[in-house]
Design a protein. Structure first.
Length: 89
């Protein structure tokens, strides 16, 4: 009998990412080694092409710390913030 480890992640979307996803926050539960990339693939599949295009330009915070390496593994109950480029002054 094999046991698959599930990782719970909360994804929070801001600005254009929120508009493309159609939601501000969503919970995910993914199996195996969960990385930033695997979370992005899951939400891209769930929400379609517009969100995928926005994700290509975004930066990310993992539990409030900037993460640039998309192969970074996520711990259980992590929060991944999706931050599109912002304009302003």
């Amino acid at each position: 009998m094999s046991t698959t480890t599930m990782t719970r992640v909360t994804v929070r979307y801001f600005a254009a990412a929120r508009a493309a996803a159609g939601t501000e926050t969503e919970p995910l539960e993914l199996a195996g080694d969960v990385t930033v990339d695997s979370v992005l693939a899951a939400v891209g599949d769930r929400h379609g092409g517009e969100l995928a295009r926005v994700l290509d330009r975004c930066s990310f915070l993992l539990d409030e710390v900037a993460v640039r390496d998309r192969s970074t593994r996520l711990p259980d109950n992590a929060t991944l913030d999706v931050l599109p480029p912002f304009a302003g002054g």
